[in-house]
Design a protein. Structure first.
Length: 105
C-alpha cells in the first residue's frame, strides 16, 4: 500500500507598494504591537509617518517583522540582538548576490 504525504505551504506575496498600519502589520506578522513599536525604536523597522497611529509599513517591513519574530521566538534574541542579526543576514544576502553576479559575468 502506498502512502501519500501532503505538505501544505502557506504564503503571501506582498508588494512594496502595499502600506500597512501597525495593526495590520501586527496581525500579518503575528506579533504584538508593543514589540513592533520596540523594533521601530531600535531601528529594526522604519515606517513612514510620525506616530504609531500614522505609521505605514511596506512589504519589506513585513518580511523583516516576520524574520524578527522568528529570531525573537526561536532564538530568544532580545531587541538589540534582533537588530544585529537582521543586519548580518542582509549583509550575507548582499554578499551572496555579489558573488553570483561576479560568477555569471
Amino acid at each position: 500500500m502506498t502512502q501519500t504525504h501532503i505538505t501544505w505551504i502557506e504564503g503571501a506575496i506582498v508588494e512594496d507598494e502595499v502600506h500597512m498600519s501597525i495593526v495590520e502589520l501586527s496581525q500579518a506578522a503575528r506579533t504584538p504591537e508593543e514589540l513592533i513599536m520596540s523594533w521601530v525604536a531600535e531601528g529594526v523597522l522604519s515606517p513612514a509617518g510620525s506616530s504609531p497611529e500614522d505609521w505605514r509599513f511596506s512589504g519589506e517591513s513585513l518580511r523583516r517583522a516576520k524574520t524578527a519574530a522568528r529570531l525573537t521566538n526561536d532564538l530568544e534574541l532580545n531587541i538589540p540582538g534582533v537588530a544585529l542579526a537582521l543586519d548580518l543576514l542582509e549583509e550575507i544576502s548582499r554578499l551572496r548576490n555579489q558573488l553570483q553576479r561576479q560568477n555569471l559575468g
